[in-house]
Ligand binder design. Structure first.
Ligand code: DAH
Length: 339
């Protein structure tokens, strides 16, 4: 084999060997094989004697370059191994651990579940209805005629499709349940509602409500009070929460009332959270207006009952002492993690 052939062979072979070296020991063996004292490169050096004195210096230079190329490749490969070793071997017990966040339930979802659990323990089933609603179900059947001022309070998003809107409350589901089923009724309706509100500390264009409807042959206002006071006791468990009913007005109930709970911060004495009143409103309720029954073909001689509606975000704010409704929708992990 000529010097040139040997040179070419070594130049290709060392690169392959370095590539295949899998351990530090392998790399060291490659080094010895090629640039060790009796390695391949030195063997060629020894053969340079056969060359003419004019040829020798060029070959010397060529071989020295090869030698330093091999040295560099060997060192680079060793460096790779030591970097890997550092990563694998060094265990620093003072480093923060691999911390993974525990998923938690969104407070609004959590409160919805609690409300559902409480009412199912009181014998209520759960019904759902569409969020895109007809104005008939959202207003007319609930005794809110076209020119009624209450429609203004419920200003909402209308769809291009005729007569369709985003429901402003969960009350239309009362109507749907009564249209499609025979009495008695004993249901709650959790769900999203929409109004044309700008978002601030206590308003949002999307929010959640739970509606309720209990209709049977002998239901009266005492049942309404009993069920809703029991709900408040179970929901604000551990605190001796008091309830009171104030007369109010809703087009779909007669008589109508709002239920307040005693302020849990000042125990009813009056503070800034309850505007010095000692009481906080948590829901609207009343005996189902005969006009609503008529729209649903329910015989008012035989059946009577009560309905109620509560805002889920408001209940969550009261329960957890949250001062601003926007926290529910900001997706700030620091807030959400607390539930
Ligand atoms: N739908 C009412 C609202 O959004 C809440 C309400 C009040 C529902 C009284 C009822 C009720 O069923 O009886 O403001």
């Amino acid at each position: 084999m000529s010097l040139n052939e040997k040179y070419e062979k070594i130049s290709a072979a060392y690169l392959q060997d370095i590539k295949e070296a899998g351990t530090l020991q392998d790399v060291e063996e490659v080094r010895v094989k090629y640039i060790g004292r009796s390695g391949e490169v030195n063997k060629i050096f020894k053969e340079l004697g056969i060359l003419s004195p004019e040829e020798r210096p060029a070959w010397g230079k060529k071989l020295n370059i090869l030698k330093s190329d091999i040295t560099k490749s060997v060192e680079d490969k060793k460096e790779q191994f030591s970097q890997k070793d550092e990563k694998e071997d060094i265990f620093d017990p003072t480093m923060p651990g691999n911390y993974s966040r525990f998923p938690s339930i969104h407070p609004v979802t959590g409160i919805l579940r609690e409300i559902k659990d409480i009412f199912s323990s009181l014998g209520f089933g759960v019904a759902y209805g569409p969020e895109i609603e007809s104005s008939y179900h959202n207003f007319t059947a609930l005794n809110i005629p076209e020119d009624h001022v209450a429609r203004e309070m419920h200003d909402t998003f209308y769809l291009n499709q005729e007569d369709k809107l985003l429901r402003t409350h969960t009350s239309p589901v009362q109507v749907r349940v009564m249209e499609n089923n025979d009495p008695p009724y004993n249901i709650i309706v959790p769900g999203k509602c929409y109004r044309r509100d700008t978002i601030d500390a206590s308003h949002s264009p999307v929010f959640h409500q739970v509606e309720g409807l209990m209709v049977d042959k002998n239901i009266n206002f005492a049942d309404l009070k009993g069920v809703l006071a029991e709900f408040a006791k179970l929901f604000f468990k551990g605190s001796d929460v008091k309830t009171r009913f104030r007369p109010s007005y809703f087009p779909f109930t007669e008589p109508s009332a709002e239920m307040d709970i005693s302020c849990r911060i000042c125990q009813g004495k009056g503070c800034s959270s309850c505007s010095q009143k000692g009481w906080l409103e948590i829901l609207g309720a009343g005996m189902v207006d005969p006009e609503v029954f008529k729209h649903c073909n329910v015989d008012t001689e035989k059946w009577q009952g009560f309905a109620f509606g509560m805002g889920v975000e408001r209940l969550a704010m009261l329960k957890y002492g949250i001062s601003d409704m926007r926290f529910f929708y900001l997706n700030d992990i620091r807030f959400l993690e607390q539930f």
